[in-house]
Write a protein that binds this ligand. Structure first.
Ligand SMILES: NC(=O)c1ccc[n+]([C@@H]2O[C@H](COP(=O)([O-])OP(=O)(O)OC[C@H]3O[C@@H](n4cnc5c(N)ncnc54)[C@H](OP(=O)(O)O)[C@@H]3O)[C@@H](O)[C@H]2O)c1
Length: 258
């Protein structure tokens, strides 16, 4: 296999679109998620359309040690990962103290721990080869606290910070890390987070355009890709100067299901 991209969360949404873009460049793929049927459908479609090779590895990344198991399976198949897309993630609606702590723990395991572990496992060999690219799907949620999805926003703040920190550490090693930061996107995320009916997704953009912006930013080795240009302006030029309590109230109102 050549120019292999390993994509977590490839069975739907942004991850599936990242897979299509990667495949369209004639690059091979490892697709990871829990729903094996969706992954197999995508494998068949991409292999037929682009004459590439696609491996499917079903994996629940909320399980402890899942990243280690995934890394071992890739090693057993003797595949070199050139592009790592840490994309799998999910949100969760509700007041923090009322939410099931188990669900918050699972979210942290998926959004933070698995992403951190996979980066730690695949990065050293990229540094050794002096080549490799990592795209971490963060969110515009990573730039502010998020009442009514507090843990989700905090996990994405971790991803934004983590990606930039590691990117600087390896900036002379031929490896780049990019944080893709979308605003609301039309995917299964809204339903999985229990957020159907929140006003937040009224202005949601397509997963295809979001993935393309992230993929292009990764190719250029950019640190951060805020894929929604209106939100990019607000995050850079309004949010840092707005009173924090006002921001908190606004985010809470935007997310609350009425
Ligand atoms: N949609 C938005 O508005 C939005 C905005 C900003 C950032 N994001 C971020 O974008 C990323 C992709 O989400 P999306 O919007 O494309 O939503 P999505 O359509 O729900 O996709 C989520 C993907 O993650 C996978 N996944 C979920 N739990 C998993 C687990 N335990 N183990 C392995 N894979 C798992 C899902 O596959 P299986 O169910 O088959 O496992 C699916 O492929 C996430 O990190 C999300 O936080 C989304």
């Amino acid at each position: 296999m050549k120019n292999v991209g390993l994509i977590t969360g490839a069975s739907s949404g942004i991850g599936m679109e990242l897979a299509k873009i990667h495949a369209s460049k004639g690059r091979d793929l490892i697709l990871v998620a829990r729903r094996v049927d969706e992954l197999m459908k995508l494998k068949i479609e991409l292999e037929a359309s682009f004459k590439i090779h696609v491996e499917v590895i079903p994996m629940d990344l909320m399980k402890e040690n899942a990243a280690d198991s995934l890394f071992q399976l890739v090693k057993e198949k003797n595949i070199q990962v050139d592009y790592l897309f840490n994309n799998a993630g999910l949100g969760g609606y509700g007041k923090f103290h009322e939410r099931d702590l188990k669900k918050e723990r699972e979210m942290i395991q998926l959004n933070v721990i698995a992403l951190t572990e996979l980066t730690h496992l695949f990065l050293p060999e990229m540094i050794q080869r002096k080549s490799g690219k990592i795209l971490n799907t963060a969110s515009t949620a990573g730039f502010m606290p998020g009442p009514m999805q507090t843990v989700y926003f905090a996990t994405k703040a971790f991803v934004v910070s983590f990606t930039q920190g590691v990117a600087q550490e390896v900036c002379n090693d031929g490896v780049t890390l990019t944080a893709l930061c979308p605003g609301p996107v039309q995917t299964e995320f809204e339903k999985a987070a229990g957020m159907e009916g929140s006003g937040l997704f009224k202005s949601a953009v397509s997963a295809e355009s979001t993935a393309l912006k992230g993929y292009n930013a990764m190719e250029k080795g950019k640190l951060i890709a805020i894929s929604d240009s209106t939100l990019k302006f607000a995050l850079n030029w309004i949010l840092p100067f707005a009173p924090r309590k006002m921001v908190l109230k606004m985010v809470q109102n935007l997310q609350t299901i009425k």
